[in-house]
Design a protein around this ligand. Structure first.
Ligand code: ZN
Length: 352
């Protein structure tokens, strides 16, 4: 079985939501459930050895995508969130992550060596990511604390504005150039992440924000869960110019399994064929190179193709990659090794 290290999931959000309704998140993850996409039994079955697990503060349910006759829609940007309640939620989600670690459900990993050790032990290698930095103050005191706790990746924004930058609203068709870029605090955040070794994720940021980070950051550019805009012209996907910049920086794009970001018509239909995933992979490989394409499933955060269904179905994608002509080394890079390489670089670790 080809091991898969995946660049983006929202399992902590699902566990946090269910915990609020009285469920035990440790049991839910370790014993398994029929809900959502990731738990220990399904990860094992699909060869999912680990991934970036997001701390994400919800704005509540988004308004329904009201699509016109052509299937076009534009959901207004969610309102900015207050910091104090966001910080409370971030601590609750981090606590679930550390309780799972203590219970042996997974291993929180802070280095490439720790990821490899967890994989060797057969433990899910969880890297803590923060999707949108609402819990972090402009003086970055909370950043220091979250780093000490194990945070190793963050996106300055989700599809919402923060004190650090501006996010893209969900809109189809739409350019990703929907608003301003980084703020002064955002510039400080990027420099500090570079300095202490936290990966910066450009999924959800406006195109201007993308270019601001590209100018400022000394890390490879990472877009953990986005696809090719040419194939699916949603605001969340990347233009050819952005893909070229990712390639130039030796960075990475993780394929998002969200059907709305894979299909040419942008529709939310689970009967999306695997060929749409391969079409994006082929295009991304053509524009970023085989060393710069990986997976960023958005498990537990999106409607994904029914054919994959959940983490247990990941080897179907592996099989589709092989059928599409990707050799063993290429499949390894896409499914795992490229993530390890860029994370090690962002974390100031020597390449292995
Ligand atoms: Zn996301």
């Amino acid at each position: 079985m080809q091991p898969v290290f995946d660049g983006h999931n929202d399992v902590l959000f699902r566990l946090w939501q269910n915990a609020a309704k009285g469920a035990d998140p440790v049991a839910e993850f370790m014993e398994g459930t029929h809900q959502g996409h990731i738990d220990m039994p399904r990860a094992r079955k699909g060869g999912l050895t680990g991934g970036l697990c997001a701390i994400y503060i919800t704005s509540g349910d988004l308004p329904d995508e009201t699509r016109d006759a052509n299937g076009h829609y534009a959901i207004p940007l969610s309102e900015p969130l207050e910091r104090a309640p966001s910080l409370d939620i971030a601590l609750e989600m981090a606590a679930i992550a550390f309780r799972l670690d203590r219970a042996g459900g997974w291993k929180i990993c802070r280095t490439g060596a720790e990821i490899e050790a967890a994989e060797a032990e057969g433990k899910f290698a969880a890297v803590l990511h923060m999707e949108g930095c609402e819990p972090i103050d402009a003086d970055l005191a909370a950043l220091e604390m979250f780093y000490a706790a194990g945070l190793r990746s963050l996106g300055p924004v989700w599809s919402r504005n923060t004190i650090f930058g501006h996010g893209v609203p969900f809109a189809f068709p739409s350019s990703p150039d929907t608003g301003p870029g980084l703020t002064d605090a955002g510039n400080r955040l990027v420099r500090e992440c570079n300095r202490i070794g936290i990966a910066i994720d450009l999924a959800h940021i406006t195109e201007k924000g993308f270019w601001d980070v590209a100018k400022l950051s000394d890390q490879p550019l990472i877009v953990s869960h986005s696809n090719a805009h040419v194939l699916t012209p949603i605001s969340r996907n990347l233009t050819d110019k952005q893909l070229a910049a990712v390639r130039e920086s030796n960075g990475l794009v993780g394929l998002n399994f969200a059907v709305t970001m894979l299909r040419a018509d942008g529709a939310k239909r689970a009967d999306t064929p695997m060929s749409d995933m391969i079409r994006h992979i082929d295009y991304l490989v053509g524009h970023v190179g085989i060393d710069g394409v990986a997976l960023g499933s958005d498990f537990d955060g999106a409607t994904i193709p029914a054919e994959i269904s959940d983490a247990a179905g990941l080897q179907k994608l592996v099989a589709a990659l092989r059928e599409a002509g990707y050799g063993a080394d290429d499949v390894k890079k896409i499914c795992r090794d490229n993530w390890l390489r860029v994370l090690r670089s962002a974390w100031h670790e020597a390449a292995v």
